[in-house]
Design a protein around this ligand. Sequence first.
Ligand SMILES: Nc1ncnc2c1ncn2[C@@H]1O[C@H](COP(=O)(O)OP(=O)(O)OP(=O)(O)O)[C@@H](O)[C@H]1O
Ligand SMILES: [Mg+2]
Length: 442
Amino acid sequence: MRRAVRRALVRHVVLTAVVTAVLSGITVGGLYLFANGEAHRTARDVSGRVATAVVVALAEHHYDPVDPTSRDDVLAGLAPFIDSGMLARVKIWRVVGEQVQVVVSDEPRIEGERRRFDADLARRLDAGEIVVFEVPDDPEHRYERADGRTLLEAFVGFRDAWGVPMRLEVYVPVDTAATVRSAMADLLPLVIGSLLVLAAATVPITVSLARRVERDQRERQAVLHYGLAASERERRRLAQVLHDGVVQDLAGTGLLLDALLLDETAAGRRDLLGRAHGLVERDVGLLRGLLTELAPGGLGTPDVRTSLQDLTVEHERTAAHVRLETDVRPTDEPEPPVVALLHRVGRELLRNAVRHGAPAVVRIDVDTPSAGRVRMTVTDDGRGFDPAAPPPDGHVGLRLVELAAEELGGTVAVRSAAGQGATVEVTLPTAVGPGQTDARGS
Ligand SMILES: Nc1ncnc2c1ncn2[C@@H]1O[C@H](COP(=O)(O)OP(=O)(O)OP(=O)(O)O)[C@@H](O)[C@H]1O
Ligand SMILES: [Mg+2]
């Protein structure tokens, strides 16, 4: 497996693990809140049921003071709830001014204890509400232990036989942890399972994206590499022209001039001078050709028309057997960097047509397809090719044209098929944005 793909897969797995952990945490937290709410609801429910079942009987007694028979009666009425484990403790409070006093409890040690009673709570109970709290861990509740479960206390208000306001407080044990555990056992596998399925289902997408990124990177590297190689080739070609043409000719001219000094006859001198003149003229022509290639349009700022005329001159010099027709009439003149790119693109496309298509005619049209754009269309009637087929290794001219055009915000469209010639259309903006100067050679 390739490195980029492996790295993407590792990232995928780590991300899945992190998301699963975070979602599981959120689910457990949510379940805990849910279980807590559920516990309060259960306590309210249980105390509501107990109250309905016993309050009428409780209201038949009076509790100032409570006589032992009444106490036994009251506790006997509550016993089934305590024995079944539904209630952990029962306290019956009598309201004494701002205070309350335990008058009956299944825990005799707390009978007679007094404490202040919250006024707001008293109001709510008198309004018929059942109020539920978590049992605080304080000395008042030293006899209430929930043995690992959550203990909730629920208050219900009633009046005794003499009409004195009373409070029934029942302690309801609820197993919040067990509720969380059972809900988790149901929900967590579902959450984790669906995340894993989702993660597994998206693996192919991750892999294909990683592959595409890697392919793009490889292609760019290759293009950069071959682009450098292409410019190196071009320099060698120029050196060869200078060496095989200009330098040889100048050396020859030097020899001719030496001979001229020694030749006594006028006819001989004329002949030698004529040959030296011929060599010098040829070299001037060669050097002009090189200059045109190096600085299209001369050393000033060329317009598209001049720049393409230079291309025509070069073409006449190198491939006069192929007719070149040009029609250059953009209504928006492009900026110099765009003109320079059009020249390089035109030269590559013209060379491609001549070299690969062996056509009779090549056309170069330059026009304005829409305001602010310039379009160069190079058409040949040669043997054509399949534009979708990858070029041979190291042949990157067209790809470089595409990259250079993209870099300036332009587009390239190639239309060709075997035996049907080729048309390449390059559209560029006439103005380049700041920092957008094409540095690649094609
Ligand atoms: N006008 C055309 N007619 C026929 N075949 C073409 C034409 N233009 C391009 N091709 C085909 O597409 C291939 C890729 O062209 P490209 O310009 O990228 O590479 P190249 O010209 O072979 O090499 P390079 O430009 O790197 O020196 C060519 O090798 C040729 O087979
Ligand atoms: Mg080429």
